[in-house]
Design a protein around this ligand. Sequence first.
Ligand code: UT7
Length: 330
Amino acid sequence: MRGARILGTGRALPQRVVTNADLMKSMDTTEEWIVQRTGVRERRFVDPGTGSSALGTEAAKAAIAASGIAPGKIDFIVFATVSPDWFFPGGGVFVQDKLGLPTIGALDVRTQCTGFLYGLSVAEAYVKGGFFDHVLVIGSEVQSTGLDMSTAGRDVSVIFGDGAGAAVVGPAEPGKGILSSHMHAEGKYAKDLMLEAPASIEHPRLSHEMIDAGRHYPKMNGRYVFTHAVRRLPEVIREALAANGLSMGDLSLVIPHQANLRITQAVAAALQVPAEKVFSNVEKYGNTTAASIPIALDECVEQGKIREGDLVCLAAFGSGFTWASTLLRW
Ligand code: UT7
């Protein structure tokens, strides 16, 4: 069977920088609390009228340009988001239209912070199996329009930001590129990080009462999510290494989902690797959910942190709960 590798990456961040001091204008919080508990110093928010499909399209254009293939060679789109422009259709079809691509398929992935890695595994399987040659995988989020910016929502709202990242996956020699993907879910913890409404189990899906009760805002049992993330991330990284007969010493770089600097530091400590081997950019962008790994990957490529032959592990944990890893030989 042929291999599958990432041919090019790209990212798109809104221009508008929102600092912790900006958040202090609408909620009872402090710069000190946010930096100490999360590591986030600023995040980007879109201006009204920009949705996740627009950001995703910008990131996709950059990834296609970096891959060196013509846009017409893209066979399929995988679009990961928790913040589609509309309730339906999903965002992938908007990206297809905005890119001016022909009637190729567009699949939306809804696994929250692990969405990009689940999406990458779809691309990996299609390309390795010979079903498609080039698959565009996008993680894109506009979180800012759905956050409770009052004190009631401060535990959740200070960590999130908007952004998009993308990768083009294409054929590779066997044993090069994406070595393996590992995905897990544990739905019994769905209520510990969720956004309920609009909800199809309610009739109507969204009511004034639901809005008054704040059920259209995300809710998180932060400490509980933190504890699970710190356990599952090292576990799923070790699982990827073991599946390939490799060990921690072989790893050049870990790119974890950017949820909280303390989680990233705890992952480095659990793996017993130096902090510089675990990439972090959460201080600039906050937590961009499905976009955080492809944004980080693109920055690592740009900054020369990944060289040919390097072993890189991508790992994510989030709502569901879901967690996943992807092992890459660059
Ligand atoms: O991307 C998906 C995965 N998500 C994550 O991985 C997030 C994981 N969780 C976390 O990152 C952390 O749990 C948070 C950053 C969300 C919260 O940090 P924490 O250290 O777990 O704080 P906490 O929620 O336990 O709250 C501690 C205190 C509370 O006050 P009391 O009850 O001790 O008086 C909160 O009311 O901090 C208070 N607090 C705040 N204070 C100032 C909560 N949010 C804020 C805030 N500013 N923004």
